[in-house]
Design a protein around this ligand. Structure first.
Ligand code: ZN
Length: 293
């Protein structure tokens, strides 16, 4: 698999000017001056984050309206943070950005969150074909908690202090994720309804009770009966969302240690982004930059 290596990254974006040039190219490639309609290429204005028309002097600020506009953080920092967040297997903690870029934790966290939001701007089309789905619980590790905050029986599906996440994946590695309040059919079924094309879908789930009754609603539904030790039914299995969820847990536990429910969707989106783009690792950085502009 082709990778965007750190050497290639450093060569492409050695300084703030190179980053600004990239943003300008992405946004204004082939620009015709809106003022004089001149077609000569704009040139960089010294000591400003702008480019100007050689004909009339009209200026354009390519970071205007982007997450880079109001930041005093150098563009090289942003680009490096995007590089790390797109190329590191299990993501990068804000703590790590703080250390590597020598910036304060608050700034690092804000950058990390904004990049996650860009990673979440993906696929809003409903799924067709075979769609497998599963839920998981994030957070609330008893062993890391003070004795007075420990929760009885906080394993498995009946938990009070973990946050459920519902995941749907199609055969093209596309993922939709939802941080949800509970894992009842009442909560999950409307999400399924809104995100698959009923007539053209085969739903694959395990035998959790929330999924029962989908057939009655006229879905084609394959149930893999985990409770009786079944892990595949004919060609159908539920391994993909289960490995996604394992990856999600690994990322949150291993990289971020703790994520609040409020921000969890952003972290889940980030894992989904890397999952969906795993076969285009070399293009992930570029994909995010295109989201910026
Ligand atoms: Zn002009």
């Amino acid at each position: 698999m082709k990778k965007f290596t750190i050497t290639e990254f450093r060569a492409a974006y050695p300084d703030n000017d190179a980053c600004l040039d990239k943003i300008f190219q992405l946004r204004y490639n082939g620009l015709v001056c809106p003022k004089c309609e001149g077609t000569k290429p704009f040139t960089r204005v010294k000591d400003r984050r702008s480019y100007q028309c050689p004909g009339c002097g009209f200026q354009i600020y390519p970071t205007q309206g982007t997450i880079f506009e109001k930041t005093t953080t150098p563009l090289t920092h942003w680009f490096y943070a995007i590089y790390l967040q797109t190329t590191t297997r299990n993501g990068v903690a804000a703590k790590e950005l703080e250390r590597q870029l020598n910036i304060c934790y608050k700034t690092a966290l804000r950058m990390a969150h904004q990049i996650k939001i860009l990673m979440g701007n993906q696929n809003s089309n409903p799924f067709t074909g075979v769609v497998s789905m599963d839920e998981t619980f994030i957070g609330g590790l008893n062993k890391n908690r003070h004795a007075d905050k420990k929760v009885e029986q906080s394993q498995g599906r009946s938990v009070k202090d973990k946050t459920p996440v519902f995941v749907m994946i199609d055969l093209n590695r596309q993922v939709k994720t939802f941080v949800i309040g509970d894992t009842s059919g009442f909560t999950i079924k409307p999400i399924i309804e809104a995100n698959v094309v009923k007539e053209n879908c085969i739903l694959v789930t395990d035998d959790w009770k929330a999924y029962s009754g989908l057939e009655a609603d006229k879905y084609k539904h394959v149930i893999i009966s985990h409770t009786t030790g079944e892990y595949a039914r004919g060609a159908f299995h539920n391994n993909t969302p289960e490995s996604f969820n394992a990856c999600l847990k690994r990322t949150i536990k291993g990289t971020h240690i703790h994520v609040s429910t409020k921000h969890l969707q952003k972290y889940v989106d980030e894992v989904a982004f890397r999952w969906m783009n795993a076969n285009n690792q070399d293009k992930m950085f570029e994909t995010i930059l295109q989201q910026v502009v």
